[in-house]
Ligand binder design. Structure first.
Ligand SMILES: NC(=O)C1=CN([C@@H]2O[C@H](COP(=O)(O)OP(=O)(O)OC[C@H]3O[C@@H](n4cnc5c(N)ncnc54)[C@H](O)[C@@H]3O)[C@@H](O)[C@H]2O)C=CC1
Ligand SMILES: O=C([O-])CC(=O)C(=O)O
Length: 264
């Protein structure tokens, strides 16, 4: 049995746990103390609810971060310094250059592994391949419902309660998008990491009162030619900001622990 350590116990973590493949179980959940009782009641006493990975008894086969960019700052380096495998969903944390280089250093020094989950988008394999030949431009657009943008700085840029037409309220670099919209624009960072980087990837964030889906569009051009991908994702019923596919990408990472895997 492979054992994972989950960081976070919110919408995505719960969805992932529900769908864990056979042969993989949760050994530890890293969460704030007020969540510990819920974790024990939901998952039983076999699972350790802890405040920091250092409190774990034993070693996980994989640490799955499904919490926040802040959690990557708090725990990422410690996990990689132990030589553990760390899969990130809050990839926007890597827009912080200093954190990213410390994580890479820890990975190299301690033979850990830092995995960037593909999350809510598809096509990251093709984008990374295209980069090998040289990319001229990559544009990523995120289109979500007003409910998805609530609680983000979009509230100050557009009247989410009264819009009748789609509005692009942010246009800028992937670095700025990921840092200014940490609960909504991790995909911008993922696309940047697989393509032409945080500062050269153009990001547009759009609110559409006529959609209930999270639509991710990537346009990439380079020596290879051009591609245009549009993915219309269903949000999790428990969090409109978060696409179901993002949770499934974490499930797939768990499946690779037992099955190996033909696709990274
Ligand atoms: N890369 C991608 O494609 C995507 C990334 N995400 C990101 O995934 C993460 C999880 O999403 P959801 O589960 O939907 O969010 P959520 O808000 O439902 O749950 C996050 C949970 O993590 C906990 N948490 C946050 N920071 C923590 C910390 N420092 N220490 C301990 N616990 C902490 C919170 O208390 C909460 O229970 C978010 O950062 C979100 O932005 C979401 C969708 C797509
Ligand atoms: O789940 C999504 O559609 C995208 C998302 O929240 C993110 O990029 O952080």
């Amino acid at each position: 049995m492979k054992k994972i350590m989950m960081i976070g116990f919110g919408a995505m973590a719960k969805e992932v746990i529900k769908r864990l493949p056979e042969g993989v179980s949760v050994g530890w959940v890293v969460a704030r103390p007020p969540h510990h009782q819920d974790i024990q009641q939901t998952l039983g006493n076999e699972v350790q609810a802890i405040e920091h990975p250092s409190l774990a008894q034993g070693s996980p086969d994989l640490v799955l971060e499904c919490a926040s960019q802040k959690a990557v700052h708090e725990f990422g380096e410690w996990v990689l310094n132990r030589g553990w495998k760390l899969a990130l969903i809050s990839t926007g944390a890597l827009a912080d250059e200093s954190l990213f280089s410390r994580l890479q250093q820890a990975e190299r020094t301690h033979q850990g592994e830092l995995i960037v989950l593909s999350g809510a988008v598809a096509g990251m394999d093709g984008l990374a391949s295209a980069r090998e030949g040289g990319l001229d431009s990559v544009t990523y657009t995120s289109n979500k419902s007003p409910a998805s943008w609530r609680g983000s700085p979009a509230e100050k840029l557009v009247d989410l309660n009264n819009i009748t037409q789609p509005v692009v309220f942010f246009e800028g670099s992937a670095r700025d998008a990921a840092q200014q919209f940490p609960a909504n624009a991790n995909v911008a960072a993922t696309v940047a990491l697989m393509g032409i980087g945080m500062d050269n990837t153009t990001v547009k964030l759009r609110v559409d009162p006529n959609t209930s889906r999270n639509t991710h569009t990537i346009h990439a051009a380079g020596t290879f030619g051009e591609f245009h991908i549009e993915l219309n994702g269903n949000p999790l019923p428990t969090n409109p900001k978060t696409s179901t596919l993002a949770a499934l990408s974490a499930v797939q990472a768990c499946r690779r622990l037992v099955d190996g895997g033909l696709v990274a």
